[in-house]
Design a protein around this ligand. Structure first.
Ligand SMILES: Nc1ncnc2c1ncn2[C@@H]1O[C@H](COP(=O)(O)OP(=O)(O)OP(=O)(O)O)[C@@H](O)[C@H]1O
Ligand SMILES: [Mg+2]
Length: 616
């Protein structure tokens, strides 16, 4: 129920109750006064009657008394008047036929038993009033005078008074309701105005103003305070808004990811940096749990205390739960594996309670890859120097062994056992020679001749030679070559060596029975050469080691572990890159990236090389 209706109902009820009670009380009290007057008059009359009729009763002069009673009866309010002897036998009566009858009084009104005391009796059913008084002669009761009054006239009179009273009450009630209406309206109107103002403020309409000119003083003060509050609120909210926009601009301008996590691990803030790193938009991230955004998250630094709570969720929010630069690997929205460096600090309110956590993170995936590459190239460089030194030193004696054994073989053709041993010495020597050549290639494999190399043709040629190199090869070879016939600047022989090494590996990984697909694809100035096989695949622990010199999983004598190390060196020296993706049991994909040159460029550069070569 609205305040206004409540007020009206309450005031109306009070007025009605008050007027009704007042009317009933007034009517009743007036009525009892009137009855009391009547009694007093009756008693006075009875006393006079008793005195004036005592002589007649004493001398039994009843005719005179009868006349009196007749006269008195003429008074409309008197129902009857009678005089009895001391035994209650009627001697005179306004209704003559009752003379001689004996009066039977009600028990509590029996004047005969009450030794002549004045008695009055109100007969409620008939609305009559009966009173009696003894008649005495020299202190001796000789009879009684009894009078009955009708209260009808009084009743009628007070019925009228009461009706008028209730009429008045109804009128007062209506006036009261009107007063209630106006009072309620006057009280509730300002309250309603304030409430409307509050409602508009709730809808962000801070310009709302209440009219301060009218109404009671208290209301004007309230309205003024309300208006001031609205203005202050508007000012504060505008300032807060400006501050928010400023902070958001700052936070969004940083490339690091920034998130605010509440106590339930839900994301309450997600900046542009976080969007960029993780691939989720703000709309997708807000309200989600961090575990929905940090997919497959794992700490990379095992030496750090794992700040896990009982539920296993990362970074249980604690007051002392600050973390600095922890490395975590996770999957971005598109499934890409990322490594992030994250720092987090709890957000603490003025009561010292933790209400959330702010987390800042940066994507260090590329940085780590570069770091790894740098370490690798350092290692390769030192290995290269070592290998080059060793190769150089060993090369000469090996050449001597090969040369001498060849010349002895040419001269002595008779002793077959000796010749067999010598042939073995020569062959093993040549094998050593090849190892040394490979080692030298790896360390000093700068392209010796630089010329335009038609990659599609080289791939096709290498594949055909390899497929026919042994009858055991029962592989399916698939070609998917870019029709633009990409051309790369480099040493053709070295590039063939790379293709041969990678394809040989694929043949041995598939046991010469699987599939090898070779494809080329030009994107802008980049050429991607992919070798995909469905062989045994490479174990994740080995994937970063396959290009290390002498790393092999093959049996002794089957592989030296130099094929990929040499190939990697050649690719790098050609300004290219090598990526390896593999799944154990499913297959492997080697992707070489080279800078592509246009046909025009290729002829130009080729000519210049030739010219430069000639000039040297
Ligand atoms: N396509 C492939 N599928 C599975 N494993 C491969 C593949 N290519 C290379 N590998 C792994 O990488 C290792 C190193 O290869 P790499 O070519 O450098 O040496 P190798 O083949 O063992 O010996 P070689 O010096 O004769 O080439 C291999 O022993 C093999 O375990
Ligand atoms: Mg190999």
């Amino acid at each position: 129920m609205k305040l206004q209706s409540k007020l009206i109902a309450l005031i109306t009820l009070y007025i009605l109750v008050f007027v009704t009670i007042t009317t009933v009380y007034f009517t009743r009290s007036q009525k009892s006064i009137a009855v009391k007057n009547l009694e007093d008059r009756a008693m006075a009359f009875l006393k006079i009657m008793s005195v004036s009729s005592s002589t007649q009763v004493f001398w039994s002069n009843f005719d005179k008394l009868n006349q009196y009673t007749q006269k008195i009866k003429e008074n409309l309010a008197v129902k009857y008047v009678m005089i009895t002897d001391k035994n209650g036998v009627i001697v005179a009566h306004s209704d003559r036929w009752r003379i001689g009858q004996k009066v039977i009084f009600p028990e509590d009104f029996d004047v005969l038993k009450s030794e002549g005391i004045l008695k009055k009796y109100i007969h409620s059913v008939e609305s009559t009033f009966t009173a009696s008084y003894p008649i005495k002669v020299i202190d001796q009761i000789v009879g009684y005078v009894v009078l009955q009054y009708s209260l009808d006239s009084i009743e009628a009179e007070f019925r009228g008074i009461s009706q008028r009273g209730f009429g008045l009450a109804a009128l007062l009630g209506i006036i009261g309701v009107l007063i209630a209406l106006s009072t309620a309206f006057r009280i509730t109107r300002p309250i309603n105005q304030v409430m409307e103002g509050m409602e508009r403020i709730r809808k962000d309409e801070y310009d709302v103003k209440i009219n301060v000119a009218s109404g009671a003083k208290e209301f004007r003060t309230l309205a003024q305070a309300f208006n001031n509050m609205g203005s202050k609120l508007k000012f504060t909210i505008r300032k807060l808004d400006q501050e928010r926009v400023r902070s958001e601009a700052i936070v969004n301008s940083i490339t690091d990811g920034l998130m605010i996590i509440d106590k339930d691990q839900k994301i309450g803030f997600f900046n542009k940096g976080a969007e960029y790193i993780l691939g989720f938009s703000q709309d997708e991230a807000l309200g989600k749990k961090r575990s929905d955004i940090f997919k497959n998250a794992e700490y990379l630094d095992a030496s750090l205390p794992p700040l896990l709570d009982e539920s296993g969720d990362m970074f249980h929010i604690r007051q002392d739960g600050e973390i600095q630069n922890q490395k975590i690997s996770l999957s971005a929205k598109d499934g890409k594996n990322l490594v992030i460096l994250i720092s987090a600090a709890p957000l603490i309110d003025s009561n010292g309670e933790v209400y959330g956590k702010v987390e800042v993170f940066k994507d260090i995936t590329n940085l780590l890859a570069m770091e790894n590459k740098l370490k690798e190239s350092d290692r390769l460089a030192s290995l290269g120097v070592l290998a080059a030194g060793m190769a150089h030193e060993i090369n000469n004696p090996i050449m001597g062994i090969i040369g001498l054994s060849s010349s002895i073989l040419k001269q002595n053709k008779s002793d077959s056992v000796f010749m067999e041993d010598l042939t073995m010495i020569k062959e093993q020597g040549e094998r050593c020679g090849r190892i040394i050549k490979n080692l030298m290639n790896m360390s000093l494999n700068a392209p010796k001749t630089v010329a335009p190399v038609d990659i599609n043709t080289l791939l096709n040629g290498t594949m055909r030679i390899l497929s026919k190199s042994s009858p055991d090869i029962k592989m399916t070879f698939i070609e998917d070559l870019d029709p633009s016939n990409p051309v790369v600047s480099g040493d053709e022989m070295q590039i063939i060596q790379v293709f041969t090494n990678i394809m040989r590996n694929a043949i041995s990984a598939t046991n010469a029975q699987g599939m090898l697909k070779v494809s080329t694809k030009v994107t802008g100035s980049k050429l991607e050469i992919a070798f995909i096989d469905d062989g045994e695949g490479i174990a994740p622990v080995n994937i970063n080691r396959v290009c290390d010199p002498f790393f092999t999983t093959k049996k002794i004598g089957e592989g030296m572990g130099l094929g990929l190390a040499v190939s990697y060196g050649i690719i790098k020296n050609h300004g290219g890159d090598l990526k390896i993706e593999s799944e154990l049991g499913k297959g492997t994909c080697f992707i070489i990236t080279f800078d592509c040159i246009t046909q025009y460029e290729s002829t130009e550069r080729y000519d210049r090389r030739l010219y430069a070569g000639k000039g040297r």
